[in-house]
Design a protein around this ligand. Structure first.
Ligand code: C6P
Length: 414
């Protein structure tokens, strides 16, 4: 279905599922535009987690009593639900982690330390989040592998000619962000994955800003690894997902050792449990996994295509409103299919932190700083930027409130 034919979201109705949005500060309604940092948690998610704690709280895979059986089933089936949501082959390919960052680290340590060495190359993009950039940079240092960066052009898009130059038969891993948390750029991930595969390299896609707001099919993308976080999709903190192709996860060594990830242990040696438990040592995030399932049910109930269209429309509106002012510099591509639901910008003569602080006086919550993309900010020639990021419950009126608050900042600093 084309995006034009999609039924718009009933935002007023959805907002009822997020009571936090009713909060006021100094008599002004909260305008929450910091969704790329974390989204608010939907009531059905809170209810599902509370139901677990109230009715069947127990450790998983450890007890034969009723509660442990119920908790174990819910926890295991959460993997099936996630697999279904992202188009993975099955629960074997879905590892629960703490967040996207831990998923990156899992692969970098488990696969990278084992497989990389001098002469190998890791290709990243200039718009990587530190979760990917710092991780692969440090693994490069430890293994002797070189790290190279695909350039961005003046519009904040990847220079794909440069990508084709950089990815060679020496490339062992290409790690790229699906949607940039700073520029809003939606990268051509299938093309990047194909490029990596043409050179027998693996591809890791960081989907932290993609899975919450658009349909994602990891098998269609053909990513070898794909990661995202529950807290950016109306779900709980403390849970993230690493998708990995089964044959790769099978070959990899565990990242964490301990209980539940073993089959047999002697004083001399140990053998590993089957996937995905091999990568889930210790008591896992049981309530969070249950909450993540509730978040997925909630988002799919709305429809991922509709969510994508809603965010794109808000981003377009915000872009238009902000770009009407010549003293506002906006980063990233113009509105269109390759811009996600966030707008990063700076107001001339006002530090982004001051701007966010003035916004806060009007109860408008935005993020200011380097957004964990310091090298990208260096490239943009700024120390920091302000960022408004949208989700299912945001409205055009809230963007108007943002623009009004920017006006006030402008007057204050004039
Ligand atoms: N970006 C932001 O305000 P964690 O913290 O592990 O759940 O997610 C890390 C991460 C990885 N990749 C991308 C593209 C991200 O945007 C993030 C988180 C937040 O932009 C916090 S810095």
């Amino acid at each position: 279905m084309s995006q034009q034919n999609l039924e718009p979201l009933d935002v007023e109705r959805l907002r009822e599922d997020f009571p936090i949005l009713e909060r006021e500060f100094d008599g002004q309604p909260l305008v929450y535009l910091d969704n790329a940092a974390t989204t608010q948690t939907a009531d059905p998610v809170v209810d599902a987690m509370s139901d677990y704690y109230r009715r069947y709280n127990a450790n998983v895979h450890r007890g034969i009593h009723h509660l442990s059986q119920e908790a174990s089933i819910a926890y295991e089936e959460a993997h099936d639900r996630v697999a279904d949501f992202i188009g993975a082959g099955g629960r074997e390919e879905v590892v629960f982690t703490k967040n996207t960052t831990e998923a990156e680290n899992l692969v970098a340590h488990s696969w990278g330390l084992e497989e990389l060495g001098p002469g190998d190359e890791i290709v990243l993009t200039e718009m990587e989040h530190h979760a990917s950039l710092v991780t692969w940079q440090q693994i490069g240092k430890r293994t002797g592998a070189d790290v190279k960066y695909i350039r961005i052009d003046e519009n904040g898009r990847l220079d794909m000619d440069h990508a084709r130059e950089l990815v060679t038969d020496d490339t062992a891993m290409l790690s790229a962000v699906h949607v940039s948390n700073t520029l809003g750029t939606v990268n051509p991930v299938s093309e990047l994955v194909d490029l990596a595969h043409d050179h027998d390299a693996l591809a890791f896609i960081d989907g932290a800003q993609a899975v919450p707001n658009r349909p994602v099919d990891v098998e269609a993308i053909d990513a070898d690894f794909y990661a995202f976080s529950g807290h950016k999709m109306a779900g709980p903190t403390g849970i993230g997902v690493l998708y990995g192709k089964e044959e790769l996860l099978e070959e990899m060594q565990p990242y964490l050792y301990g209980g539940d990830m073993i089959t047999k242990v002697t004083f001399e040696d140990s053998t590993w449990n089957e996937l995905p438990w091999k990568f889930e040592a210790g008591t896992p995030q049981i309530a969070e996994a249950i909450g993540l399932v509730a978040a997925i049910d909630y988002l799919e109930g709305i429809g991922m295509e509709r969510i994508e269209a809603h965010e794109r429309e808000l981003a377009r509106y915000a872009y238009e409103q902000l770009s009407a002012h010549s003293d506002v510099e906006i980063y990233g591509p113009e509105p269109g299919p390759d811009r996600g639901g966030l707008v990063g910008f700076n107001l001339e003569g006002v530090h982004a932190h001051d701007l966010a602080s003035i916004m806060n006086d009007y109860a408008v919550a935005i993020r200011a700083g380097d957004h964990c993309t310091q090298p990208l900010h260096d490239k943009l020639g700024v120390a920091a930027s302000a960022r408004a990021s949208f989700y299912i419950y945001n409205t055009r009126e809230e963007i108007d409130a943002l623009v009004d608050a920017i006006d006030s900042a402008r007057q204050l600093f004039a």
